[in-house]
Design a protein around this ligand. Structure first.
Ligand code: ZN
Length: 398
């Protein structure tokens, strides 16, 4: 008799341990892990230059002009004087953005660069180290009602509108130090600015990739988790059924043994019955043998034989009963076993496919992590370049 449970037990043994729980490495948000490195965290915090200054009618010049490069500051004063000598007695030339820190320039540049990757609209901006604003020799003015007068005053003083489509941007190209500044810029900060541009472009490429990968990551995870939970429930159910089947099998063995015992008892009694001999009276009774005693013995012999016959039939009846019960239980057990085996087979197929999907998911997770690592490295590179740019500018405009 083969119940085949051992084989099945072996199959399940590998699945005794619960599956590894998926713990997502990244926090869930609109842009996923890419949000951990937002543009604002590129070491570019703090507003500078973009805020409208508090203008009072008493002021005769924009306070931002004082922060410009010395010669450019003088050039502003000149232009402002020209402007005020016209009909604009109470309105000086307002500077929207004058001298900028490299950090502030970098923030503008990153915003502009991100726009090329589908980010929100942003004004054109040079990378840090490549803007005249950082040297205090360029201004962006607020254009009022009389743009023509503003331009005329600025240009008469020596300011040049050098960027096409940017009517607000003026450079102090007529100052004595202009050529020196441009020459030194070319030597030191321009290459650094290009380095920075390259680092930002690498960084934004990675950021874009990360944002592109994120929805698939989130989708895969949201599917894999409930599937894993349902598989775990099925595994527990299979373990329960396996235990039940083992109990049933023990019960079956007991039933079979009891049936065998009964049937052995019946055979034993049958043998005893077959061997039973009438030995109470001698074959040739002596002359004084009492007939009544003989009769008594005969009836006792008959009684004993009848009793034995009854015991035999009782044992046979019991054996039959147990055997029938056993057969019924065996049938039930076999159908349970085959259902269990097919459930197990389905479970194993499903778990294999789940594992395959999980492997794919882990690969994607790994990829995102690598992209993020690359972003972190580039972030450090950017800060380093920015520090170098700052240092070079200090050297030029000291
Ligand atoms: Zn400008």
């Amino acid at each position: 008799m083969n119940y085949e449970l051992t084989k099945v037990e072996k199959l399940l043994r590998g699945e005794k341990k619960p599956l590894v729980l998926i713990k997502p490495k990244f926090r869930f948000s609109a842009n996923g892990p890419c949000n951990k490195c937002p543009l604002e965290q590129l070491g570019l915090k703090g507003a500078q230059g973009e805020v409208f200054s508090d203008i009072t009618r008493k002021d005769k010049e924009d306070p931002k002009a004082k922060k410009l490069f010395k010669e450019a500051s003088a050039l502003y004063k000149e232009a402002n004087k020209l402007y005020l000598s016209g009909k604009h007695k109470y309105e000086y030339i307002q500077i929207f953005s004058g001298k900028r820190s490299s950090r502030s320039q970098a923030r503008l540049f990153v915003k502009y660069a991100w726009h090329q990757y589908g980010g929100p609209k942003a004004n054109k901006a040079n990378p840090p180290g490549k803007s005249f604003h950082e040297y205090g020799v360029a201004i962006d003015i607020i254009r009022g009602n009389d743009t023509r007068a503003l331009k005329k005053a600025l240009e008469s003083a020596g300011w040049r509108e050098s960027v096409e489509d940017e009517g607000w941007h003026f450079e102090a190209q007529s100052i004595d130090s202009w050529n020196m500044i441009v020459k030194k810029m070319m030597e030191s900060t321009f290459p650094l600015g290009e380095e920075y541009r390259k680092a930002i472009s690498d960084f934004l490429n990675k950021r874009k990739l990360c944002i592109e990968l994120w929805p698939s990551y989130a989708k895969q995870l949201s599917r894999l988790r409930p599937e894993r939970e349902s598989l775990e429930r099925r595994r527990q159910e299979l373990v329960r059924t396996e235990k039940q089947l083992r109990d049933e099998r023990t019960d079956l063995r007991r039933k079979r043994e009891a049936a065998t015992r009964s049937s052995q008892l019946a055979s034993q009694l049958q043998r005893k019955y077959n061997e039973m001999r009438y030995t109470y009276c001698p074959a040739n009774p002596p002359a004084d043998y009492e007939d009544c005693t003989h009769k008594e013995q005969t009836s006792r012999y008959d009684r004993e034989r009848a009793e034995l016959r009854r015991e035999i039939s009782e044992a046979r009846r019991k054996a039959n009963l147990l055997r029938n019960e056993y057969r019924l239980k065996l049938k039930k057990y076999e159908s349970n076993l085959s259902r269990y085996k097919s459930d197990l087979k389905k479970y194993r197929i499903d778990i294999d496919s789940w594992k395959e999907k999980n492997d794919k998911f882990l690969k994607l997770e790994n990829r995102i992590e690598n992209v993020r690592k690359g972003m972190k490295t580039l972030k450090r590179t950017q800060s380093e370049i920015l520090r170098n740019i700052d240092h070079s500018i200090q050297q030029i405009v000291k």
